[in-house]
Design a protein. Sequence first.
Length: 191
Amino acid sequence: MTRTSTFARFLSASLLAPTLLAVPALAAPITFPLDPGHSQVKLTGYGVGFIPNSGAFHDYKGTLTIDPDNINFCKVNLVMQVKSLDMGMVTSTVLAKDFMDPDTYPTSSFTGACKPGADGPVLAGDLTVHGQTHPFELQVTFKDHVLTNSGTFKRSEWGITGHQGMIGNATKVTVITHLPDSIVFKNDPNN
């Protein structure tokens, strides 16, 4: 082997090594708390079937795990204290024994994971309300570092049948999480 070929190999290896070392590492999934300091859990019911009445839970805990390299990946675990639900003027009706009945059913919960959907990620899992657990899906959107999950269920399917004439059957759930500015989803169509 000549000095020139040895030097050429050394030079090639020296120039190539930084390129190989500069391959970016994949981001690991990140877990965030779901609590009143970082998020909101809202419910919207419809009086007489069409007049919206919104409220929010004020005592809840859980976690949200996301992967900035994959907008279709997330995991959520959330437990809400039913007595903390404030629906304004209809709170006492919603928390009555013939409706949410928090003395018998003190918590509601959701556990799920994201999957690809036709209009972006969908959070699919199990929603437990009024002691009954059923599959439930929420549409996932991400804009300006705010992750919003929303979906609608029929309360009668969870055994909440009181006040049918006064309060409609559809109940919208919205979970809003404010993420740090440093979180940017690599495959987010909104970026």
